[in-house]
Design a protein around this ligand. Sequence first.
Ligand code: PLP
Length: 362
Amino acid sequence: MDIQKLVKPNIRSLRAYHAEEIPCKVKLDANESPYSAISNQRSAISLEKNLQTLNRYPDPQATALRKLMAKELKVKPGNILHGNGSDELIYYMITTFGGSVMYPVPTFSMYGIISQALDEKKIEIPLDKDFDIDTEKTITAIKKYRPKLIFLSSPNNPTGNCFSSERILRIIKATSFSKQHKGDSRIAPTSSLVVVDEAYQSFSNEKSFLPLLDKYRNLIVLRTLSKIGLAGLRLGFLIANEEIINEVNKVRLPFNVNSLSQAVAVEALKNKKQMRSYLTSIISERKRLFREMEKIDGITPYPSDANFILFRAADAVRVYKRLLAKGVLIRDLTGVIENCLRVTVGTPGENTVFLRTLKQLI
Ligand SMILES: *Cc1c(COP(=O)(O)O)cnc(C)c1O
């Protein structure tokens, strides 16, 4: 029998996401933190307690975790939905609202991959020459395609910059539900939900969009613990008004976040001092990396608000391969942006190895 014939056409043409494990000495390819954001002692205590109750299902509401996160983000627990990574929450949103799904490109690949997996139409709008949102093109496309969801990763992965807040705001306003009159349940024809994906917010000086949630009912903010030292836990958060949370919560699998992840995250969030000092170090190392890369002939780094730096290099594939041959793994983005590579900020030692190796081979 031909299995291929049984597979839905949209899945048949999809390729599995390959996050391949390439052996290397210095791993700077996946925008992870070089530091685990929890001390051994704290995690040991909370893990041991939770190992005794692994026969039980986890708390489906992640009550303690959502309460802590709500305090941290200055929202109510009812405004937070927990996901097995924010990837899962992207999946849930597209499942709940459907398409079209619009996003600027280049950006985080999961918006497109999940849209295709769920057989929803994708509308991709190229960023302008400064990697910012092309507002005119976006607004025109919104009117034409009336997307249900618009994903804006700011800071953007893989370009590293924040989009201009005014441009994001223009899109939120252009798609916000019109004021409803009493007895009039119609929705404006240009209604869309705008998801501001703040996966890298902790590394940025730009303001979060969280304080605008009260003002714009079509705004959704995404956060994750993955880039700040807990990628292995798989924990993401969707923050929005309660009506949106309640709808998306219908498609959430009941036990999507396991009990060990919940417990360890609670411990980590109780002690943010360590996490903050790691963030400070990563931001100052990003500045050093950028300064040093600017000095290398043949390399053009782009300014970054995130924990990685995009850079252009003549013959980038060769640079990527020769770095890897020396044990330094970064991300080859030449298929996405011509001659571009992306390096994650590591420990000071790792960054020095990267810089030294790069200088040697250019
Ligand atoms: C890494 C990343 C995510 C995924 O985060 P998880 O919580 O690990 O699933 C989401 N959005 C952007 C822009 C990212 O770069």
